[in-house]
Design a protein around this ligand. Structure first.
Ligand code: SF4
Ligand code: SF4
Length: 439
């Protein structure tokens, strides 16, 4: 049974700061063993889509970078280019990606180490991984910059995900370590049964020039698979790459119809791809930290962040990506739903109800698929032992400085001399505060 180290998200002191808890879990899980002097450790991170607001704050990453450096390691923060997913791309090339995440606060100067877009400028710089044990994928393509790392810490924001139903450690490395070529693969691009190329197409529903999205729709497909003629809208199935740029458009207008098979197959493929990422870096060379905070129903890869569906669940660490995601899912299931969130609209407020099946997926696709596939292909175990970790006794490792305030400021205050204005501040001697207490 795999161990999952856990701390809750309550915080009342320096040692219980969530940054301190993340570092305490790093030590409890023994992730220091991954860091070797001079070796390269990748920190796999989702840095958030344009105008998403639920992604992990950069401070967690900076603290992890400092930790790895303190152990002699050579850290780099890694992610990969995305498929379009939407009509307007903002992380689909390395250039777009770096511009978007700089706006989100992720820069080399903020994090303390370089950010590497591991699959190159448009996502074709990758390493092929053979997957004979895969459930649906028999090969996968992992970004070169990740595959060549000596070790990896997957720092994951645990939340919902519209394709995987939930986005945890498996999704962070399964989708996030795959090159763009690998993302076409795991999103079933061109698949003879489950691909978007196989969806139902009902051109008679197209409103043509009367559609408010017509101009955009004409220029939507990067592969030329959607063609608007005078009379109709054609779908050239053989050209469809499965890039998902059109999915929210032609599905919403009713011209295309997705089956739930697409989502089930993609969720399973995410886990196959996670196995490929682990094989690429090396078995026993990847540690997993899940931050179950700000648990929005959809991923950080959408351009918005809805109200969380459950309260913060806590912080988790494990060597097993299947066990750590299973532990997070269980905590979410045990939790009450968040008032006035989509959990209320979907009727899953009670403890014991699976939250992500109802709130993360378009079609109620089971949240159990990813971990079940993970166990089947030998990536990890669903059964876990939850090990509650106590906060560190000593606050010193989490202090910005150990120089006391008097020692630091006494000299500069006395040198400057006028930290209070001459004669003191202008203020009333006494005011009626009682009046201000009334509601
Ligand atoms: S969005 Fe739908 S209705 Fe509008 S032009 Fe495209 S296919 Fe036609
Ligand atoms: S038709 Fe296929 S390739 Fe074209 S935008 Fe849609 S998913 Fe992408």
């Amino acid at each position: 049974m795999s161990k999952v180290y856990f701390m809750n998200d309550r915080s009342t002191s320096i040692q219980t700061s969530l940054v301190a808890k993340m570092l305490t879990l790093f030590d409890a899980a023994g992730f220091g063993d991954l860091i070797k002097p001079g070796e390269v450790t990748a920190i796999k991170l989702h840095m958030g889509e344009f105008n998403n607001t639920a992604y992990l704050r950069p401070v967690y990453v900076s603290a992890l970078v400092e930790k790895i450096k303190s152990l002699g390691g050579n850290p780099m923060v890694v992610d990969t280019t995305t498929l379009p997913y939407w009509p307007f791309t903002s992380r689909s090339t390395a250039l777009d990606y770096l511009n978007t995440v700089a706006r989100n606060g992720f820069t080399q100067s903020a994090l303390g180490c370089p950010i590497i877009i591991a699959d190159g400028y448009i996502g074709t710089d990758d390493v092929r991984i053979d997957l004979p044990e895969g459930f649906i994928l028999k090969e996968q393509y992992i970004g070169t910059g990740i595959a060549l790392a000596d070790s990896m810490i997957a720092l994951t924001h645990f939340k919902g995900h519209p394709m995987g139903t939930f986005g945890g450690a498996l999704k962070n490395i399964g989708v996030g370590c795959a090159s763009k070529r690998g993302k076409f693969n795991l999103h079933m691009g061109g698949h003879p049964r489950y691909g978007l190329n196989k969806r139902h197409w009902m051109p008679e529903r197209c409103m043509k020039q009367d559609c408010p999205q017509y101009e955009m729709c004409v220029h939507l497909c990067p592969a030329g698979a959607i063609e608007h003629t005078e009379q109709t809208v054609l779908f050239h199935r053989d050209k469809c790459l499965g890039c998902l740029a059109c999915v929210g458009v032609v599905t919403m207008c009713g011209v295309a119809f997705l089956t739930d098979d697409f989502f089930y197959a993609t969720a399973a493929a995410i886990t196959d791809s996670a196995l490929a990422a682990v094989k690429a870096v090396g078995k026993g060379k990847v540690g997993f930290l899940n931050m179950a905070l700000d648990i929005s129903p959809w991923c950080d890869c959408v351009n918005f962040s809805d109200r969380p569906i459950v309260p913060n669940l806590g912080l988790f660490a494990s060597w097993d990506p299947v066990a750590i995601d299973s532990a997070c899912l269980q905590k979410a299931k045990e939790s009450a739903g968040m008032p006035d969130s989509i959990a209320m609209a979907k009727g899953v407020m009670d403890p014991g109800m699976p939250k992500f099946t109802a709130c993360g997926s378009f079609l109620g696709v089971s949240e159990e698929i990813q971990p079940n596939v993970g166990q089947k292909i030998g990536l990890g175990e669903r059964a876990f032992e939850l090990v509650e970790v106590e906060p560190a006794a000593d606050p010193a490792p989490f202090l910005c400085t150990t120089v006391p305030a008097g020692a630091k400021l006494g000299y500069v205050f006395s040198k400057k001399g006028d930290v209070f204005p001459p004669g003191g501040f202008k203020r009333e001697e006494e005011v009626d505060l009682e009046d201000m207490r009334q509601s």
